[in-house]
Design a protein around this ligand. Structure first.
Ligand SMILES: Cc1cc2nc3c(=O)[nH]c(=O)nc-3n(C[C@H](O)[C@H](O)[C@H](O)COP(=O)(O)OP(=O)(O)OC[C@H]3O[C@@H](n4cnc5c(N)ncnc54)[C@H](O)[C@@H]3O)c2cc1C
Ligand code: SF4
Length: 328
């Protein structure tokens, strides 16, 4: 992780950045125009920032996550309601069409290699979950990754811009959509227009009508197993991260991390594409953000906190894991 951060930022994180990752500034933000706020999950900031990147020519194509609409057998997950999938696009209309959170994996990295093939001179923008960005960077710093993206339009295997969304967990599609939404609640998933997890509740909407409203604990058991071990809440390897916690309803918390992220953010602000208020280090919003993000690290990194469990791992395996670092 330190090596990757050195490649991105040219430095290691400071002790103050241990929880939120390397960053420059943190803001509460929302999109300047109503049309972005209306379709956006919180303040429409992720969508607006990507659209601004397109408007100013920073990117000319992008990969986001939408629901599959096609019935073509050639389209991943085709015909399955609420099946998230990577969507490649090049217009603001395409960006608006994929706004909103999908609480299952879409697999944007698969879309990234397709985008590289479709846009050989592409300056590609990517909106991704924290683990997807971790995967991207692990690929990029491995031989296999160089092979996968080598010679493609994604220069050096890296999208031009990476916007990360905060994430605490995703759910298995078959359990969440099939068993929970469809069977348990009798709701036709193809009619669901919006999903929201906020203030400890999961809500599904059909238009303006709330069709499911339950404590989020009810869907906890449907979460993907690997999320239990994930310690990245705020997309620490993005240029700019966008989430909900720490800001009022209808606004986003934005963590500006890289120089590129800062350039995009300032440009969007000057163009009134976004409205922004700083979240000061001493504010209660910052304290809440630090606390919740720290809690995920603390809970999920139990294997680090408690050491390697003897009953799960053989002594031989432990020695093999430890040996290279002991020799380094
Ligand atoms: C699975 C998941 C869990 C989340 N958990 C939290 C949380 O615990 N706390 C918190 O503060 N915020 C969480 N978020 C982020 C939050 O829901 C919003 O996405 C974020 O605040 C940005 O809001 P916005 O209005 O700017 O989004 P929008 O402008 O609507 O843009 C959202 C962007 O995210 C992309 N996207 C949607 N679903 C996915 C997906 N499954 N994989 C990759 N990209 C996707 C869309 O394509 C779009 O580009 C989560 C998001 C997801 C997808
Ligand atoms: S919790 Fe972590 S592993 Fe699970 S989907 Fe979110 S970023 Fe990925």
């Amino acid at each position: 992780m330190d090596e990757i951060e050195h490649q991105i930022h040219g430095r290691s994180r400071t002790p103050e950045e241990e929880i939120l990752g390397i960053h420059k500034v943190i803001y509460s933000v929302r999109a300047g125009e109503e049309k972005f706020r209306q379709v956006g999950q919180d303040g429409g900031t992720a969508t607006r920032l990507l659209a601004h990147a397109l408007e100013v020519g920073l990117v000319n194509a992008f990969v986001t996550t939408g629901f599959t609409k096609s019935n073509s057998v050639f389209v991943l997950g085709s015909g399955v309601p609420m099946k998230a999938a990577p969507i490649i696009g090049s217009t603001t209309q395409d960006i608006l069409a994929t706004a909103g959170s999908k609480y299952t994996h879409g697999g944007v990295l698969a879309g990234l290699s397709d985008a590289a093939a479709s846009f050989p001179n592409g300056r590609i923008g990517l909106v991704a979950l924290p683990c997807e960005l971790q995967g991207l960077w692990r690929l990029r710093t491995s031989l296999q990754g160089t092979y996968k993206f080598g010679g493609s339009g994604i220069v050096g295997g890296r999208p031009t811009l990476a916007i990360g969304v905060f994430c605490s967990k995703v759910y298995y599609h078959d359990k969440f959509v099939g068993d929970f939404i469809e069977k348990k609640h009798g709701v036709d998933p193809s009619k669901v227009t919006r999903n929201a997890i906020k203030h400890g509740r999961y809500r599904a909407f059909v238009g303006e009508e709330v069709v499911i409203d339950v404590p989020v604990k009810e869907v906890d058991a449907l979460a993907v197993g690997s999320c239990k071990y994930c310690i990245d809440y705020t997309a620490e390897l993005s240029d700019i991260s966008v989430g909900g916690i720490g800001s009022p309803d209808g606004w986003n918390t934005v963590i500006v991390r890289t120089q590129l992220g800062e350039r995009l953010f300032e440009s969007a602000r000057r163009a009134n594409a976004i409205e922004a208020q700083p979240i000061d280090e001493s504010s209660s919003a910052r304290e809440l953000l630090q606390r919740l993000v720290g809690k995920k690290k603390q809970n999920n990194a139990y294997y680090l906190r408690r050491g390697i469990r003897k009953d799960r791992v053989s002594l031989r395996a432990v020695t093999q894991v430890l040996q290279p670092s002991l020799m380094a």
